[in-house]
Write a protein that binds this ligand. Structure first.
Ligand SMILES: [Zn+2]
Length: 102
């Protein structure tokens, strides 16, 4: 795709991010003028990421014996049908803890 701004460069697919919100998204960037654009599909994907962020809840860490525990908000407990004793996988992805109920 030819750049609609400078009309010289080609639009290349890039992985971009809003670091302060920890949001990654795909966009097109001109190889010459470095101008960036997103198409409707990329825009919808970006909107989806922000919708997820809006639904994020504040929580905190607490001491539990020699470990650290994290409180899961009631709304999420109900939604995910988590009970005391439910097993989960915890993984680390670039400074993010991801908890997946089994
Ligand atoms: Zn350009």
């Amino acid at each position: 795709m030819r750049c609609p701004f400078c009309k010289k460069g080609n639009m290349e697919t890039i992985q971009a991010s809003f670091k302060e919100d920890n949001i990654n998204y795909e966009a097109f960037r001109c190889s010459v003028c470095r101008e960036e654009i997103v198409d409707m599909e990329q825009l919808h994907q970006l909107a989806k990421e922000y919708k997820k962020l809006r639904k994020a809840k504040q929580t905190g860490f607490a001491k539990w014996g020699n470990s650290i525990a994290i409180r899961i908000p009631d709304e999420m407990v109900k939604e995910l049908k988590i009970k005391p004793g439910t097993k989960a996988q915890i993984t680390r992805e670039k400074g993010i803890l991801k908890i997946t109920p089994a």
